[in-house]
Design a protein around this ligand. Structure first.
Ligand code: PMP
Length: 325
């Protein structure tokens, strides 16, 4: 697999797709922003490019340096492409419970992948902390630090937010999305609130995450998990999430998400990953609460390709006591 020079130019300007089933059911216009059309296949290409661009502009990354990151996979895929274009080495720390598909893509792109046990953030062996330590041990290392490097949120403030405002003809009433680093919800919410303070910003949280409680009662208390989702949910308020202007939060259980992504596959020909499912379920809940006639936008972060062995594998679902639709 190779990256060509157009990769960077092709990031962003993804289409808004009207989800006809969810729209008809709620009487609203529910749009999904097709982030899987980014050249690396996910919403995280935006953060990866903004983080590298910011590091280059501020002289924090050296010629032929090594980019190191702790990632659930998609940011790593974006970074690995950009490293190939810019001649940087790429070292990725990833929890070993993430999909094999993402690891294979990273390896095919030439990144060095270090799979580590999934341990909580407070443990020094957490994948993010290991990435930071390894980067600082290198002479030419740069830690992308997507969780607390706010160049991540800036990507969405400068690109995703304006695209949503433009493509809804300024009619967006609510923006709903899950958070991993919080970069997307932070950047989009800041931009949309600046255009119209009435736009509702809603966090759609998976189970096993503390962010729902952070929004609703100000305390980072984990909800009951676990969840088979990847790339979303968090146990702490990152520097990116701290910038988000969230009005309220909804929670989505894995079974609801699974039923919906299978339905969208059958009825809308959309083959989506788990975070997209959490997002669309959240958007439906928000549309039901707002009532008919509203415009609700959410993110379709990546496709089901990377989750063939999990979300789209009946044996995997059964092993997690989940029902196969
Ligand atoms: N969906 C997927 C598939 C992701 O990989 C991520 C990032 N980890 C997110 C959603 C969450 O986006 P953000 O980090 O901007 O909160």
């Amino acid at each position: 697999m190779s990256s060509n020079g157009n990769f960077i130019d092709e990031i962003g300007n993804t289409p808004l797709i009207r989800l006809s089933g969810p729209s008809e059911r709620t009487g609203c216009d529910i749009f999904g922003k097709a982030e899987y059309q980014n050249p690396g296949g996910s919403v995280k290409d935006r953060a990866a490019w903004w983080i590298i661009k910011d590091a280059e502009n501020s002289g924090r990354i050296q010629d032929r340096g090594t980019v190191v990151e702790g990632t659930a996979g998609n940011t790593g895929i974006g970074l690995a492409h950009i490293c190939n274009i810019r001649n940087y080495e790429c070292v990725i720390y990833i929890p070993d419970n993430q999909s094999q598909e993402k690891i294979s893509i990273l390896e095919e792109l030439g990144a060095e992948v270090r799979q580590v046990p999934p341990v909580p953030y407070k443990n020094e062996m957490n994948y993010q902390k290991q990435a930071g330590r390894f980067a600082s041990s290198l002479r030419n290392g740069f830690w992308a630090n997507q969780f607390d490097n706010t160049a991540n949120a800036q990507a969405h403030y400068e690109s995703t937010g304006p695209e949503i405002w433009r493509d809804t003809d300024k009619k967006v009433n609510a923006f709903v999305c899950a958070a991993g680093t919080g970069g997307t919800i932070a950047g989009v919410s800041q931009y949309l609130k600046e255009q119209n303070n009435e736009v509702q910003i809603v966090l759609s949280d998976c189970m096993g995450s503390a962010l729902h409680n952070v929004v609703n009662c100000g305390e980072a208390v984990m909800s009951q998990g676990p969840s088979i989702t990847e790339g979303i949910g968090n146990s702490r308020v990152t520097d990116n999430f701290a910038k988000a202007r969230v009005d309220w939060a909804v929670q989505v259980a894995d079974q609801e998400m699974i039923d919906l992504v299978y339905e969208l596959y059958e009825t809308e020909n959309l083959f989506l990953g788990s975070s997209s499912g959490i997002n669309v379920c959240g958007a439906i809940k928000v549309a039901e609460k707002l009532g008919p006639g509203h415009t609700v936008v959410t993110m379709l972060c990546d496709t089901g390709e990377k989750y063939r062995s999990s979300l789209y594998n009946p044996d995997f679902l059964k092993s997690k006591q989940l029902l196969v639709p």
